[in-house]
Design a protein around this ligand. Sequence first.
Ligand code: FAD
Ligand code: NAP
Length: 546
Amino acid sequence: MSHLPSTNSDGPTKGPGSHDVDVVVVGAGFAGMYMLHRLRTHGYSVRVFEAGTDVGGTWYWNRYPGARCDVESLEYSYSFDKDLEQDWEWTERYSSQPEILAYAKHVADRFDLRSDIRFETRVEAADFDESSGLWHTRTSDATTTSSRFFVMATGCLSSTTLPDIAGIEEFGGVTVHTGQWPKEGVDLKDKRVAIIGTGSSGVQAIPVIAEQCKDLVVFQRTPQYTIPARNEPLNAARQADVKSRYREFRAANFAMPQALGSEIPKFNDSIHDVPEDERLRRFENAWERGGTLFMSSFNDVLVDESANVYAQDFVREKISEIVQDSQVAAKLTPEHIIGCKRLVIDTDYFETFNRSNVRLIDVSQDPIHQITSSGLATQEDEFEFDVLIFATGFDAMTGSILRVGITGRDGLTIQEKWSAGPRTYLGLTVPGFPNMFAISGPGSPSVLTNMIVSIEQHVEWITDCIAWLDERGASTIEALPEAEEDWVEHVNAKADRTLFPGCNSWYLGANVPGKTRVFMPLLGFPGYVRRCNQVAENDYEGFIVQ
Ligand code: FAD
Ligand code: NAP
């Protein structure tokens, strides 16, 4: 057990002016939880607001059958506390949602986090008051909280989206979104079920739901490249080995481009320089090993389209081998660049389409145009079912920030500031919004990494920044417009050297009608960390400090 001191929120505040707490944090997922803990250990008073009834964020909301992480459990966990790391035992290579939620709850208990979290309280607005230099946060319980600092820990994938299909309200059966799955579960036994969407959530849910329900109809608009996860019970010797050298293991992962997978073989040669048998052997090994690092078999699969085609063909061949009905296999076969939409990992996804109770409907040519009281209609066909599942994703990276009415200096709102797409400095701060930070914000590596590593790096950078301001008696820090300009260019330049901008992905905001297309995450974790450290070492260059 940790014996770290705990300060309750309404305890002493630091710095100038009268305010309720030093820091308001929005969200109690892994980001908000660690932000609270870290600030407390530095003696700051904190209040966290969370819309849900408990901690866990993603793992609180996404309770759909089959939900689990795609980063290995020994890596997808906090590293900040050595005792926590040693005490917690993971049971599978990739943990299931209930186990990750249990872990989040354990962390909340262990560090007494809940005493500073207001649950079932949504942050509706936050205004920066220039005269006092304070943020005023308005919440759904009709209260306002003043603070010196305001931290958005609202998650990159927490604002669910529903497609704009007529009649959604008309459906007489059960309607549910994977990202807001009810705590009490959904009874699927003997039910006719329909699912719309074949991204990571759909791909994880479909095989499990097919086993539980009577009939399943899958409505697919774009087929997915998915690689077997090869999930299995976590080998006890492997867990003990990693625990015996956890610092070294974490440090090695921290140095990886995606902050993960340091022990997976990587190759730094071009696919064009490798003979065919070696090329197939490497892909075959990666397929058998399972997991998201399939693309690391060569150094150019995500930068050179002709190199990418080899990887596409390999997966297409696998689909044709697994799926027995050639017409179904053809519908399941993607045409786009592999990896430019987030690569999915699965358990028995393609195999599920060999089951007699599963039907695949391709809605790319014949879109869904109407939800009816008993099912749905495409232009050419009609379907009836009892349960309708939307696995249609999220307004990623900016959705949960833009859904709060945030107003900075001179009455500028975040909606106005980001009307042509998100603009930040370091993915952490925005000019015009002093003392506001976003954890894993747009322009940071976030969703292209093991997110818990990125979250820890941000939380520690923010805490150090606040402590530095106090040490020198400063009250505000604000990014400069020219620093933002350079940063936006840097993020775009990195993306433009890859194939990532080449298809309709949520990384680009392409899944939300009307959203400006901007590649939102930054590629390359180690370079990013170096830059953040350099900024701090150079007395927060790119910021105005007063
Ligand atoms: P979240 O966990 O999203 O928490 C944000 C919290 O903020 C939520 O609880 C929300 O209710 C709250 N909130 C938002 N707005 C408000 C408001 N206005 N007022 C009050 N509360 C608010 N990442 C990986 O690295 N590896 C994985 O394997 C992985 N698997 C994933 C699986 C799924 C199904 C999904 C959806 C995402 C996955 N991710 C994964 C990304 C995942 O979101 C992060 O790993 C991580 O959990 C994010 O933590 P967070 O605290 O930043 O955000
Ligand atoms: P997603 O990747 O955005 O997938 C949404 C799906 O819904 C897509 O197949 C999309 O089709 C489809 N869709 C949307 N509107 C539609 C319409 N009108 N008609 C038909 N289909 C429609 O969302 P997600 O699956 O929830 O995943 C989001 C992210 O969360 C992932 O990329 C990943 O980062 C994270 N996640 C991770 C895991 C994990 O393995 N650990 C699991 C779940 C989620 P189009 O492709 O044609 O747009």
